[in-house]
Structures are given as structure tokens and as C-alpha cells.
Design a protein around this ligand. Structure first.
Ligand code: RB5
Length: 152
């Protein structure tokens, strides 16, 4: 994750994740964590890829440090995000996976299901994801192999 403490976090949601995205905005603002909101702006029905891609492209362009993407399950957002070259997105419903997808996978996008996790747990997952560094070492080789799959 680049410039973790200075670059904003890219936030995006569809209607299923809109309320959770708004809660995450309040949480990050309270903690002084900068963010950029890529929508959606209401709970009106919309399509998650339309919001995942601009947020993820802000990460791969280096403008944002990481993305936090919310939909009903977190699954649609993770499918879309992982199609963006340079993105390693993980859908998490507990903190252990959020910690290890940073430590071992150097994930740069966290996906959450607004219909899966409660707000309190979701905010803990966000905090763990954003505060855990990549371990490097043997995991670097494995992450490089994952990213080389983009060129098959
Ligand atoms: C929308 O109803 C829902 O399908 C979407 O939020 C997401 O869960 C898709 O994976």
C-alpha cells in the first residue's frame, strides 16, 4: 500500500453498500484519515462495477493509497476490483483475513458486504486493513507470481 499515511483512501459503494460507506466516511473523518468518495451517493439501485473501477484506478494511478469498496455482499465489488490491472482485492467478513491479506498478499483493496457484516465489525475490519503493513520476504515472490498472471 503506497503512501499509507498521506494519500487518501478511495471509497466506493453500490446501493447495497451505500450505508456502510457513509459509516466508514464518518469513522475515517473522526480518525483524521483522508478519503476520496467515488460514489454512489444514495441507496438508489446502481451497478457496482461502475463505482469499483474509478476507485481502483485511483489506487493503481498512485493517487489513493488503497480502496475500500462496499456492496451487498462484498463479492461483486471484489470480482470487479480484481479485473483492474494492479489491484489485489480481498472480500473480508472478519479481522483475521483483513490482517493477513495485508501481511501476506499486500492487498490494496478491501471489499465489505453491507448486508453481511454489522457496522461495528466492518469498522474494525477497515482499521485492521489500513494499519497492517505487508511483511515482504517470501510473500513478495508469491505476490509477484500473482501479478504476473495479468500477463498470461
Ligand atoms: C445488489 O443487489 C447486490 O447484488 C450487490 O450489492 C452485490 O452484493 C453484488 O455482489
Amino acid at each position: 500500500m503506497k503512501d499509507q499515511h498521506t494519500a487518501p483512501i478511495a471509497l466506493a459503494a453500490d446501493h447495497g453498500g451505500y450505508a456502510l460507506k457513509e459509516a466508514i466516511k464518518t469513522h475515517l473523518a473522526e480518525r483524521g484519515v483522508p478519503f476520496e468518495d467515488f460514489g454512489t451517493d444514495s441507496d438508489a439501485s446502481c451497478d457496482y462495477p461502475d463505482y469499483a473501477v474509478p476507485a481502483c484506478e485511483a489506487v493503481t494511478a498512485g493517487r489513493c493509497a488503497a480502496a475500500v469498496l462496499c456492496c451487498g455482499t462484498g463479492v461483486g465489488m471484489s470480482l470487479a476490483a480484481n479485473k483492474v490491472r494492479g489491484i489485489r482485492a480481498c472480500c473480508c467478513s472478519e479481522t483475521f483475513s483483513a490482517e493477513y491479506t495485508r501481511r501476506h498478499n499486500d492487498a490494496n483493496a478491501l471489499c465489505l458486504g453491507g448486508r453481511v457484516v454489522g457496522e461495528g465489525l466492518a469498522l474494525q475490519i477497515v482499521d485492521v486493513f489500513l494499519s497492517t503493513p505487508f511483511e515482504g520476504g517470501r510473500h513478495t515472490r508469491r505476490v509477484e507470481k500473482v501479478m504476473a498472471l495479468e500477463n498470461r
